[in-house]
Design a protein around this ligand. Sequence first.
Ligand code: ADP
Ligand code: MG
Length: 448
Amino acid sequence: MENLEKIWLEAESHLEETLPETKKQWIRRISYAGEENGVIILALSSAFYKDTAEKNCRTDIENMVSEIAGKETNIKFIVDESRKTAVKTPARKEVKPKEEKHKSQNTTLNKQYSFDNFISGDNSSFAFNACKVIAQNPGTSFNPCLIYGGVGLGKTHLLESIGNYIDEHNPKMKIIYTTAESFTNEFIDSLLSKEKISSFKSKYRNVDVLLIDDIHFLQKKDSTQEELFHTFNELYDNHKQIVLTCDRPITELTDITDRLKTRFRKGINVDLQPPAYETRMAIAMQKCREKGYSIDQKVLEFICENINTNVRDLEGALTTLSSFAELVGKPVTIDIAREQLKNFIIEPAIKNTDITIDTIIHKTATYFNVKDYDIRGKSRNKNIMLARHISIYLASELTSYSLSEIGKVMNGKDHTTIMYSVEKIKSIMETDDSVKQAINDLKKDILS
Ligand code: ADP
Ligand code: MG
């Protein structure tokens, strides 16, 4: 074995131990491809993998190989499609049985969630880092913390990860994970007797860490809010950590008392956004490894290009495809994926910030042989009215303008007029193929 190959193998195993999961998964796709004048050549099976591995791990690898070699050692990435795309599974470390003193008393936590199997990208790094800081110093920084974001973006995953991390590192701490719904039901149940209410209160007011998922559920539940308010104050005054999740920012919560909202706003509020393509790829690969799915790289790329809503949908797509492959005993192709994922792939994302309403008006006017100012104007001519409705519809489909913004650009129409046009075109399209055709032609022209 060449000396540099040995250095690479040693570096690879150190990196496997020290790097976060987000980087490790790229390291596992690298294979040693030889050396050139003292430079280590590392191969990946596609340009995408090469670019991503290079962007994320070049410095870590260079530092590690230089350290092991005892002198500055350079690396070079190349694409070699003959390299297998399967990810090397990390060598299993012998798992030592947990010592008795680490026996957890916290049974409400779901052990499948951890920071290690959360892939953080630009969409989530602030939330991810804040959660880690909280887990490392519960009750001291960022208290309370509110994680908010849409469905399937990892709120529960992060909340449980905080609990699991604390449980592992501070096994004496009492941690409760609950959903706002369970909290509400338990509270209602406790109202049946004095003993029950006092045991409910003491259960929640004597924890070191309280994790409550989906607090939007508390809207309109006045008595539960009142109870949570007192629980919150008691814990907060005693420097106990509180972490909450919500499907929207606090300001958009309705029917929650102001005093509770003010409590939630203290500390830190962090948001989760949908992941970008590269992060979706990293998540998809991590899920395949975790669950033992074997899905071709090109198919994974197809899935990640098309499913951009949230991670839960991405996981659902992977499960659907791998069950399908198992059933038919054949690997999944892109055509099969397209067919099987019809329910997940609703419409390719077409909102485009480069498209202006002016362009839409101009192209629609030309198509219908009318003037741009006709479309902005008030003429009741049938042809002009149709062109006007269509350009409004296209503006709502192809741009990210809100209805009232479209209205402003269309000569000060209000948003109900705009909504009317959009609905009108939707219903005409159901029965009139020529209008449908006109819209498709215009879309193609505008997007080209
Ligand atoms: P939410 O609570 O926001 O609706 P979840 O935390 O339940 O979403 O996430 C949905 C699924 O997606 C879970 O299986 C979770 O493990 C997974 N998931 C979400 N975000 C990530 C991520 N960044 N990395 C890995 N898995 C993720
Ligand atoms: Mg959740």
